[in-house]
Ligand binder design. Structure first.
Ligand SMILES: C[S@@+](CC[C@H](N)C(=O)[O-])C[C@H]1O[C@@H](n2cnc3c(N)ncnc32)[C@H](O)[C@@H]1O
Length: 213
């Protein structure tokens, strides 16, 4: 059942995406672009894809993309971007907790700044893992636990102000414990992503492969 907090949170994203221009720009996230380009295209799930900059980029590379987000305004912008770039995106509007995906149905999952309520996060990772094929890849970039200090110094860098919504390497190791850890770091980066991610921040970067057996 949707709580008041859920409704306010969804409205916040709708208001952000109703504004002119693209909140995080039209260009894909740099880390996602670098890593996705290393793998052969297949089926890709893009949770919390917002205005679609990453899903559209993936579709341009030939991936068959299923994106979703809480925000219907995000969907409108994402389909606009997809049309501009001449690609197709399947985009569902809804909360991950309520969407159903078939088990072992995606070759890859891109999780880019998908910050979920702390009490939902581990279950969310578990369900994502279930819908990834054996041998499938997860590419994640999200603000890390060290980010709060950066945000305090420079609010323009964005990110959640709630420590529990930020990521840690330990959490990734625990939630994806059988995975091959191709890359896992928390590092300082300088972001230049639209209106909302600008300046130095601290991000967790993870590329993992689900075990085959
Ligand atoms: C910081 S934005 C990132 C958008 C996009 N991934 C990008 O990098 O441009 C976070 C997104 O997460 C979405 N989101 C948050 N909680 C969600 C949930 N439970 N289910 C689906 N989407 C969610 C928001 O609507 C928002 O679009």
């Amino acid at each position: 059942m949707e709580t008041n907090w859920d409704t306010q949170y969804k409205n916040m994203w709708d208001e952000r995406y109703q504004k002119q221009g693209f909140a995080y720009g039209k260009a894909p996230n740099v880390f996602f672009k670098e890593w996705l380009s290393k793998f052969n295209p297949g089926s890709l799930l893009m949770p919390a894809d917002g205005e679609g900059r990453n899903g559209v980029f993936a579709a341009e590379l030939g991936w068959q993309v299923t994106a979703f987000d809480l925000s219907k305004e995000g969907k409108t912008k994402a389909l606009q971007l997809a049309a501009e770039q001449g690609v197709k995106l399947d985009y569902l509007v809804g909360d991950f907790a309520e969407l159903e995906f078939a088990p072992a149905s995606f070759d890859a999952i891109g999780l880019i700044y998908a910050h979920f309520a702390p009490e939902k996060k581990a279950a969310f990772h578990q369900r994502l893992s279930e819908c990834l094929k054996p041998g499938g890849i997860i590419i994640l970039e999200a603000f890390g636990k060290n980010h709060l200090e950066y945000r305090q110094q420079n609010p323009k860098v964005g990110g959640p102000g709630i420590a529990e919504m930020l990521y840690s390497e330990e959490e990734i190791r625990a939630d994806f414990k059988d995975y091959e850890m191709i890359k896992l770091t928390e590092e300082e980066v300088t972001l230049n992503e639209g209106r909302h991610h600008n300046g130095k921040g601290s991000v967790v970067r993870f590329v993992g492969r689900k075990p085959v057996n």
